[in-house]
Structures are given as C-alpha cells and as structure tokens.
Design a protein around this ligand. Structure first.
Ligand SMILES: Nc1ncnc2c1ncn2[C@@H]1O[C@H](COP(=O)(O)OP(=O)(O)OP(=O)(O)O)[C@@H](O)[C@H]1O
Ligand SMILES: Cc1cn([C@H]2C[C@H](O)[C@@H](COP(=O)(O)O)O2)c(=O)[nH]c1=O
Length: 212
C-alpha cells in the first residue's frame, strides 16, 4: 500500500470513450479548491515524463508483440514513478493520473491475453516498495459502460489510435477485467455508471470524499 508517503494518489480508468477525460480536469480543480494547501499534480499514462511521452507515441501508433507492449508500458510507468509520482507523493501532493496499472491488467491482460502471472511480476518489479508492499493509487475512479456505447461515442469524437481500432469483443474483455479488479479491491475503486449524462456523472464525482 501507500503508507510510506504523505500524499494522495488518484487514478482515472475506463475503456476508451468512457468519458474520463471529459471530467478529469474539473476533478483536478475540485481537489485544488477543497485542499488549497496541497498541490494537485495532473498526469497521464502512458506518458507523464519526456521519455514516457515518447513511449506513448510508439505504444499508441506501432503494432507490436504483446510482451513488448507490456514491458514498454511498465518501463514508461517506472520512469513516471521515479521522476514524477513518487517525489510528488513524498512531498505530500495530490497526484491524479489519467490511467495507471489497472489499464495494463485490463488492456494487455484482459484485452490481449497476457497472463496474470506476468502482469503481477511486472507490477511487483515496478511498484514494489522496500517494505514489500506495492505502491498503488489510494483511489481509482472507474468509468464503466458497455463497449458499444463507448464505440459510438468514440466514432463521433476523433480518429482512432491503435487501441481504439480494436473490435467490440476486445473492449468487452477490457471492461470485464476492470470490473474483476474493482470487485477484488472494492475499497480502492469508486465505480461510475458512465452511461449517465455528463451532468449526473459530475454530480456523483462531487460526492467523493477522500481521506487525506
Ligand atoms: N456522459 C456522456 N454522455 C455522452 N457523451 C459523452 C459522455 N462523456 C463523454 N462523452 C463524449 O464521448 C466522447 C469520449 O469522451 P472522453 O474523451 O472523455 O472519453 P475517454 O474515456 O477519456 O476516452 P480515452 O480514454 O480514449 O481518452 C467525447 O466526444 C465526449 O464528449
Ligand atoms: C496505461 C495504459 C494504457 N493503455 C492504453 C489505453 C488507451 O487505449 C491508451 C491511452 O489512451 P488515453 O486516451 O490516454 O486513455 O493506452 C494500455 O493499453 N495499457 C496501459 O498500461
């Protein structure tokens, strides 16, 4: 867990088109208003560092072997933790990341079929703490909705990247893996019914209280 630092770590997750980007900036502002004495740092994965953003371009554009993809996701994450997330949490900041490790379990695991053993080993390597615990978000806000609804939203919004070109069954597997992880760790996950209107979703997000 995250006991070694005095910050607070929040991740936003969901299948592509679930609506997390629509709300993440406003949520950041909400946190800053509520905790004026704390710096709120906004970041994303893959990305968040100079190297991570270069890896993001590769990961979102280039077709690649599944294990290569998983290793690059976790390499970008190690850099992200070392350069940005760990120092910010140690300095007591609130860190909000648009995606973190649950996305690797959902996309590379559920979606593409990488084994849980390999994902667990990468997670332990990259997020393992000296006391044997794992650095995890304190709170993960999961935007959940059916794959076909997300697909319809995406098709109106933008040209698809490599992942967004995947078919409906891929996104259903990704969704199911997110839901499996949420069920496994209900204290960490806050589930959002992302089929609601943006206004209803935002009203729900405003109800979230964090224990800083
Ligand atoms: N609750 C909603 N109802 C209807 N449309 C929505 C809703 N939320 C977002 N949208 C629209 O759906 C599209 C995708 O939203 P958004 O970019 O926030 O998704 P996302 O989950 O961040 O996707 P990605 O992870 O791929 O960036 C946008 O056009 C957005 O305006
Ligand atoms: C962290 C992470 C991300 N992905 C995928 C999920 C999305 O399709 C893209 C990121 O795009 P977004 O618009 O910024 O959400 O990357 C993944 O497959 N595995 C991961 O670990």
């Amino acid at each position: 867990m995250t006991s070694a630092h005095t910050g607070y770590f929040i991740s936003f997750e969901g299948i592509d088109g679930a609506g997390k980007s629509t709300h993440v900036d406003a949520f950041r502002n909400l946190m800053q208003e509520r905790y004026p004495d704390k710096e709120v740092v906004m970041t994303r994965e893959p990305g968040g560092t100079t190297l991570g953003e270069k890896l993001r371009t590769l990961l979102l554009d280039a077709p690649m072997n599944l294990e290569t993809e998983a290793l690059l996701m976790f390499a970008a994450r190690r850099e992200h933790l070392a350069q940005l997330i760990e120092p910010a949490l140690e300095a007591g900041k609130i860190v909000i990341s648009d995606r973190f490790t649950d996305a690797s379990f959902a996309y590379q695991g559920g979606g593409r079929g990488l084994s849980l053993d390999k994902l667990n080993a990468l997670e332990r390597w990259v997020q393992g703490q000296p006391d044997g615990s794992l650095l995890q978000p304190n709170l993960t806000i999961l935007f959940d909705l059916p794959g076909e609804v997300a697909e319809a939203r995406r098709s109106k919004a933008r040209a698809p990247d490599k992942f967004e070109k995947m078919d409906l069954s891929f996104f259903e597997r990704v969704r199911q893996e997110y839901l499996r992880r949420a069920k496994e760790d209900p204290k960490r996950f806050h589930l959002v019914d992302a089929t609601q209107t943006p206004e209803a979703i935002w009203n729900g997000l405003k109800q979230i209280q964090i224990a800083i």
